[in-house]
Design a protein around this ligand. Structure first.
Ligand code: PHE
Length: 337
């Protein structure tokens, strides 16, 4: 019987040492009610009185050893399981983070801000006006009566007979003059609308920046100096400007203003189409009728105004040859600025 017990013990311990041992099966096989150890214990009745306690003790020791081995196996398995779980859920806080792609200003906003900076630096304030405007401010106050042919070039979208989407930023001039006595020194950037078909150089919605200065003794010399300063700041120190006579109903005299080509310096190139000059804005001395319409005495005060297209400046500055690119919001395009 002793040998049987020793044999059971040796077998059981060996079986329990295999890493893939089926613990539950082995427990039943050795310790279960119908197990090998139980079978031995059942046969104890046949033993002599001296042998019984000795074998009994041995049997208990074997049972204890097998139980201990089973427990060890189970706790080792639990530990392995935990290790695997920890490894799988490991978080390496030293791995570099994923870069967040930051956006940036649209080229039109970049140019608008640069323009604002230039004029703020010259002491101008920024004033905004409504995009849905009265016919009165967009046209009549600016010396463009109903049915005047000058309206043709600024056909826009009408909401009613007297309410429209402003076709220029000039109505802000009238709104400011009506509310403020000189000195006035403002710029007004914003959206404007015209009933134009979309192509490489036209859009029914675009942006302008208006400038207005009214005070005593303001002359065309002040306008010229101001625009020269603007041109140098915007396009480079070597830039020169040139005034060409023009007509706007709300300025007299009026001019279209060119800058010397900042690519070729005036020799003529693709950008300036061989001209050496590039048209960038319209300007002039505020018409006395406009001053009067807005409650400012033209005998006392004079002033100048100018207006430029922000798209045009952006296209020149960044060599963009199609205006539509500015509105399509294609990140492959916008990402370049
Ligand atoms: N408002 C004019 C335009 O849209 C530009 C301009 C502004 C001209 C101010 C003269 C003075 O074309």
């Amino acid at each position: 019987m002793r040998e049987t017990l020793e044999k059971i013990k040796a077998e059981a311990l060996e079986a329990l040492s295999a890493p893939d041992a089926n613990i539950e099966e082995l427990r039943i096989k050795y310790l279960g009610k119908k197990g090998e150890l139980t079978a031995v214990l059942r046969g104890m009745g046949k033993l002599s009185a001296e042998e019984r306690p000795v074998i009994g003790q041995l049997a208990n020791e074997v049972r204890a050893e097998i139980e201990a081995k089973i427990e060890a196996f189970q706790s080792a398995a639990k530990e392995r399981e935990l290790d695997a779980k920890l490894a799988a859920e490991k978080l390496d806080v030293t791995i570099p983070g994923e870069k967040i792609r930051a956006g940036h200003f649209h080229p039109l906003s970049l140019v608008q801000r640069q323009l604002e900076d230039i004029f703020l630096g010259m002491g101008y304030s920024i004033v905004e006006g409504p995009e849905v405007e009265l016919d009165y401010y967009n046209f009549q106050a600016l010396n463009i009566p109903k049915d005047h042919p000058a309206r043709d070039t600024q056909d826009t979208f009408y909401i009613t007979e007297n309410i429209l989407l402003r076709s220029q930023t000039s109505p802000v001039q009238a709104r400011v003059m009506e509310k403020t006595q000189p000195p006035i020194k403002i710029i007004s950037p914003g959206r404007v609308y015209r009933s134009d078909a979309v192509d490489a150089t036209h859009s029914p919605l675009f942006h302008q920046l208006e400038g207005l200065v009214i005070d005593k003794n303001i002359t065309m010399g002040d306008l010229k100096g101001t625009l020269e300063m603007f041109a140098k700041r915007m396009f480079g120190e070597q830039t020169e400007i040139r005034f060409r006579p023009h007509h706007f109903p709300f300025t007299e005299p009026s001019a279209e203003v060119d800058v010397s080509c900042f690519v070729c310096g005036g020799k003529g190139c693709r950008l300036c189409k061989g001209e050496g000059w590039i048209e960038v804005l319209g300007a002039g001395m505020v018409h006395p009728n406009v001053l009067r319409n807005c409650g400012i005495n033209p005998e006392v005060y004079s002033g100048f105004a100018f207006g430029l297209g922000i798209e045009r400046i952006a296209m020149l500055k960044y060599h963009i040859d199609d205006m539509r690119l500015l509105y399509e919001n294609d990140v492959r395009f916008l990402g370049q600025f």
